[in-house]
Design a protein around this ligand. Sequence first.
Ligand code: EPZ
Length: 426
Amino acid sequence: MRSIIVDGPARLSGSVHVPGAKNSVLPILAASLLCTGTVVLRNVPRLTDVQAALEIHASLGCTAALHGHTVSICADGMRACDIPHSLAARMRSSVFYLAPLLARTGRAALAAPGGCDLGPRPVDIHIDGLCAMGAHVVQESGGASALTAPRGLHCADYTLRFPSVGATETLLMAACAARGVSVLRGVAVEPEVVDLARFLRSAGAEISGEGTRCITVRGRGALLGTQYDVCADRIVAATVLCAAAACGGEVIVDGCPARQLEPLVSLLRRAGCAVAALGTDSVALSSDGALRGLGLVQTGVYPAFPTDMAPLLGAAVLRADGISVIRDTIFPNRFVCAQGFAVFGARCGAAGESLVVSGVRSLNGAQAAAPDLRGGAALVIAAMSAHGESVIDNAHHIERGYEDISGLFTPLGAHLETACGCPCAV
Ligand code: EPZ
């Protein structure tokens, strides 16, 4: 078990260039199976989820190699169409392989996808949309799915019952390979959906409307190999901003479009931070660490305040003067990290879908376990603003979405190191 050891409190100053986005590169890696020839992706974050995706590609008979922050993939040798439990269970993003496998082989079998335990994470919209395009469910139980499309996929005019990010990405991939013109309505408009559409277009797909609630796709046969730069990770940018807000200091995050951070920026201003956009792709934040409570905050689908940023914002206001109530409308178990916050001395609790925080003057170092990816990052933020040494166990959750969280914050003045997780007295 790996752990993050933190010696707090820290004051953060400096600038961070935001790495490539986990939630963009993972669907794009799956979509590369739709291409003949070689796909080269740049600005790829070195994450354990990316490694898991490359192992899925290898298990299917594709070549996939990561050198630095560049991945090259060729699916021409693909010879399998099923993804075993040992690989599927490692991340939610294994679900993205259903569409390209169906499109290329007429069949797809996927054990239950893994991912953060944020509550029920069904894939019914993915499956329903694929069936609207001609797929048939052979088996669906316990989260595992097997579908066939013996006559290939055909176009559909399909409305998603909820703007699911993943289901939008699944159906966008399927529509690119389906015969005819598909119209997808009620889709997600997150930046990562737009990035996938741009990748597919660079490979020859005919797509319009991405970033709006209605996407139109003229399907065609195989797409072509391409080269593509993955967009910046807005959640990593948010992590740095929330950490500086919590600890105090002056940071600049660059490389991520400032407009993607606007909902968070307005909340950090409400808490008392000075935040300014420096051009289109850079945000500067200054905080004295003495914040005000936020009152009521609610997450929503993009462009609302995103669910992934909710635990990070919660960590930022643990020492704020006043009450903050952050309600997540997307995932029921988003705030399991509240138990970890309390170990540091925070006065908080998870009430239903909400995190309720009554700020305290100071936090003390403690040992806590990361419950999931963003909850783990939030505990690191709490530890950096606490007095004394902390140990955040189960760091493997954090490593799914952060290339090197110690290396992210140490240059800014924090004292973090990643350890083997040997039992340490705090
Ligand atoms: C993506 O998950 C992200 N993951 C999540 O980031 C992010 O929190 C989420 O979108 C929301 O923005 C990746 O992109 C790899 P959804 P996804 O489908 O696609 C329900 C992180 O920390 N739903 O938009 O799984 C679902 O249960 C991760 O980086 C159905 O009911 O999210 C949830 O309540 C965590 N049926 C809601 O929709 C379906 O078929 C939103 O889920 C699909 C989803």
